[in-house]
Design a protein around this ligand. Sequence first.
Ligand code: RNT
Ligand code: ZN
Length: 436
Amino acid sequence: MGYKAMKHGAAGTGGKPDKISGGQAYEWARELYAEQGVDVEAALETLGRTPLSVHCWQGDDVLGFETSGGKLTGGIQATGNFPGRARTVAELRADLEKALSLIPGSSKVNLHANYLDWDEPVGRDALEPRHFESWADWAVERGVGLDFNTTFFSHPMGENGSLSSADQAVREFWIEHGKRCRRIAEYFGGRTNQICVCNHWTHDGAKEIPIDPLAPRLRLKASYDEIFGEKLDSTKMVDAVESKLFGIGSEAYVPGSHEFYMGYVLSNPGILLTLDAGHFHPTEVISAKISALLCFLPKLLLHVSRPVRWDSDHVVLLDDETRQIMLEVVRCGALDRVMIALDYFDASINRVGAWVCGARNTRKALLAALLEPTDMLREMEAAGDGAGVLISRQESLTMPMGIIWDRFCEMHGAPPDRAWLRDLRSYERAVQFKRK
Ligand code: RNT
Ligand code: ZN
């Protein structure tokens, strides 16, 4: 149940649905994995039910739908001007639906607070569930869960920081925003019958190292204490806090650093720590942090992304780090403790293509991890057979995972590799390029 084929109808693959699933190639690949003790069917089942939270903001360059018109500020940037950007809620939903039909497996949709669906202007400190009701209706109709994010950036009140600002009126405005967003998340959880993760990231920071680095952090902490002060239904929503090393204009100092939030979640049990793959030093990787944090924290939220030099938001690739992230989660047996969300925004290529490419790569990385002969490798490692582990790991790179992946796509009514690009091109022609 719950396959995309049922939710979205035939995905128009252009391929023959039983070409791979009924074919010898799949059986042969399955046997090859079975020889190493890997149960492919079980892996596919786990892959299908592990939710992937698909970020709404890839569709419109993080602009949102406030009546004041969006302008992205706060140290993040979507570069490029490829035609076809979604300009309205309806267009974004159409693009999201297209993207979801091409992303196999169970998805959630991750909204930001500036994506309200309301004709009148609504202050960020005045948001209510009713401003997001049509999103909840849409999600319920499509059987997808929802996640949510406070939006402290892209706003005149946030020009000099938000929750850590020295200006009390600014802090109070954003504290109110935070409180209201949590209630919207609780509403989403109730409507969709799936827990809604409410993620909090602030862009606060400084271009130079401040003389007083402590005061903004203490203010940030106090602001969060107020925001999280209201007890909400933990079966409907859970909070997460996201650190960052630097942004454009906050190169030297960010009060909400990794150490800050690690300390915060350790002293405030129940709040998730968000690890964004692009928020650390260039050679520092989040894959190496997961098992350490799991010793102390019940749950984590991942923002799967790709850092390139100054930017932290490139389309996710099936690269070494994305694969390693998923391997760590699977090897730790922590798929139910690590929530997986996407976070990238590329305006230089077809936005739906970017969305789907990054999402499929993320899922593929998870498939690769689930197909690892972990038991066999663990035995080798315990027996001191380092060469065996190294060789087997290297050889796993050329195992026929693509055939298993295509089978997974077919199971979920999504086009296999080599077929979805055709779908994208016809959508681009028929819908996106018609937007002027
Ligand atoms: C920014 C953070 C944050 C945003 C989104 C739009 O550096 O990663 O998660 O990308 O909230
Ligand atoms: Zn992020």
